[in-house]
Design a protein around this ligand. Structure first.
Ligand code: R5P
Length: 268
């Protein structure tokens, strides 16, 4: 791995803990103005101090994030479908590597759809993107298992992650599942987990805790942070779990205490 690529990756996965809290706000690329991201700039701004990395599209980056913000960017560079279509796998690369460099990103991300109708096309897109990105020392994040019909068990997720790694992805995002150790141990590059659909805060913290305990280097979490009734409390709690290995109960207290402060401030 060359120096530039290693350096960019170390901006994303922090060398002092070997972990990362990525804040995912790229959902609009196929969902439009989804709940919590109607005005992405307003959603993201209070969360930035607690995120190690921001994952988003170029449109939101250009229009809603201050260019003087000091946060590493992982840019989503795949798309081309919408939630209105049955087959979400019909994606292609939507951003040139030149534009990614112009935007000074630390990494680029695309979805791969193993087992879906466009499996081959998305895997080939990943291979092409890796070739382009490596030329400039930019790490590639493969996002696996997106799609409502996917059975997200260890056998399937291990297959997706391993294929992504075999083809050269530098890190992989997947879902947490039973027997998650198998997914991590058979994937030779770092694994982060997506949060998935909004679930109760305590369950989302448990998910983050289980994932890092079983070998994930962190989370790339979206809805369970920005759709929470206290997004700052949630990201603070997730951060402490990921970087400090605190128990879930302590994380939940961080969330609750932030929420209580917000109520006090609102009443005052
Ligand atoms: C997929 O649509 C995107 O890459 C999201 O960033 C990803 O699913 C993570 O977000 P969440 O935690 O909301 O699942």
């Amino acid at each position: 791995m060359d120096w530039g690529l290693k350096n960019r990756l170390s901006r994303i996965i922090k060398p002092d803990t070997g972990r990362t809290v990525m804040l995912a706000v790229d959902h609009g690329y196929f969902l439009g103005p989804t709940t919590g991201l109607e005005e992405p700039g307003k959603t993201v701004e209070p969360l930035l101090p607690y995120a190690d990395t921001l994952m988003l599209t170029r449109g939101v980056l250009r229009n809603c994030v201050d260019p003087e913000t000091d946060i590493p960017i992982v840019l989503r560079v795949s798309g081309g479908t919408s939630v209105l279509k049955d087959d979400l796998s019909n994606e292609g690369i939507t951003v040139s590597i030149r534009d990614a460099i112009r935007l000074n990103v630390s990494g680029v991300a695309l979805s791969i759809f193993v087992g879906a109708p466009n499996e081959r096309e998305t895997l080939q897109s990943m291979a092409d993107l890796i070739d382009d990105a490596e030329e400039f020392g930019i790490p590639v994040l493969a996002v696996t298992a997106v799609g409502k019909d996917m059975v997200r068990d260890a056998r399937y997720l291990a297959l997706c992650c391993r294929i992504a790694a075999e083809m050269g992805a530098h890190f992989v995002k997947t879902y947490y599942c039973d027997d998650f150790e198998r997914v991590v141990s058979t994937c030779p590059v770092p694994v982060v987990i997506a949060g998935g659909k909004k679930i109760p805060e305590n369950d989302a913290l448990q998910l983050a805790h289980n994932a890092v305990k079983r070998g994930a280097v962190g989370v790339d979490m979206g809805r369970n942070i920005f759709q929470s009734d206290c997004p700052v409390g949630m990201i603070k709690a997730v951060r402490a779990i990921v970087h400090e290995n605190i128990p879930v109960e302590e994380g939940y207290k961080i969330y609750e205490s932030e929420k209580a402060n917000n109520v006090k401030t609102a009443v005052a």
